[in-house]
Design a protein around this ligand. Sequence first.
Ligand code: ADP
Ligand code: MG
Length: 420
Amino acid sequence: MKSIEDLQVAGRRVLVRSDLNVPLESGAGGGAGAAGADGPSSPAEAVITDDGRIRASVPTIAKLAERGARVVVCAHLGRPKGGSYTERATGALSLRPVARRLGELLGRPVRFAGDVVGDQARDAAGALADGDVLVIENLRFEPAETSKDDAQRGAFAGKLAGLAGLYVGDGFGAVHRKHASVYDVPRRLPHAAGDLVLGEVAVLRRLTTNPDRPYAVVLGGAKPSDKLAVIGSLLDRADRLLIGGGMSYTFLKAQGYEVGNSLLEADQVPAVRALLAEAARRGVEVVLPVDIVAATGFDPAAAHEVVLATAIPPDREGLDMGPQTRRLFASKLADAKTVFWNGPLGVFEFPAFAAGTRALAEVISRMAGFTVVGGGDSAAAVRSFGLPPDAFSHISTGGGASLEFLEGRELPGLTALEES
Ligand code: ADP
Ligand code: MG
């Protein structure tokens, strides 16, 4: 893969695909209109609750601007609903507040175009001077961005590519998507990988080729169906798997226990059972929670108590791991030389149910080995606990992307960047 050092960018328009998909606290219906990104914030606009991904995107954009590129940044935000651009653009998913934050972090003005490949984007891109930075509107307002139809995606990619003469792929969190801005545009323009993508790939290579042992993987988060494939391939690589969070209930169910109202993917129980059997055959230790913080409902103020994982009352819902499990997980990590962690171990967004995730983050942050945290929510959790970013060897901006890499799958965005 080429890096941005290999591109002659001075005086040229460079389309940078970044991952600016930050968590938002919804404001109602912000984002219409055409004022600059540095204009006043409208009260209806969404508020960014964790700007980690914007911060991670700054170095590549700054470097290009400093080298005299005319930078056009494109990215997606959330999953806008609707069949047309107009419908999708009426929600609260404008990139405008993100562009404003990017400007603050870059310390230079950032312009904003209120469409993706329309008149505003074309005019604004054409008006850029050397070193200027422009953010265009949410790529996913254009239904073709994510279309499964190659021709439809390709037609849109042609218009996007028309905004610039060079392409830099730096949106690591999206490289596992075969989307127009990720896969089709780099096939149409001379391209390179941004520093963020190169850094992420270097870390993941270290996890997949000869990791120092013992190698422990901690997986949490909401749905086992998202992560069963990676667990399957991790049986080849990891020595120990610690399973927590919302997906641990499907594992407990697979072992024959009732889980009350806890998150359960009943249709995944047979697959989980097969996986547990395979792990046992290969001598990979699978560690499950032994106690649970069981609540009366999915609510930040819900009454709750600690129960054994094997005795969750029928009317309760597990929202965090209990203190015994915190100690158990810590002991299973004590001698590990490599740790990969993806997925919060409880509903950390509710302070009453954040203790398990916080305890694990603290344990890993004190470890001396190679420690990687991956996943949008996991990274946001780590930052919300105020742990210094250098407490981990690496905090990945990509959840799905890093998991698919670990699985050994081909990632369309990386494939496109590797082609010359
Ligand atoms: P990441 O973005 O780091 O890859 P996921 O998206 O897989 O992580 O999962 C994150 C979500 O999982 C969080 O929003 C968290 O609230 C949720 N979660 C964790 N534990 C539970 C639980 N016990 N019940 C319901 N949801 C849970
Ligand atoms: Mg997530």
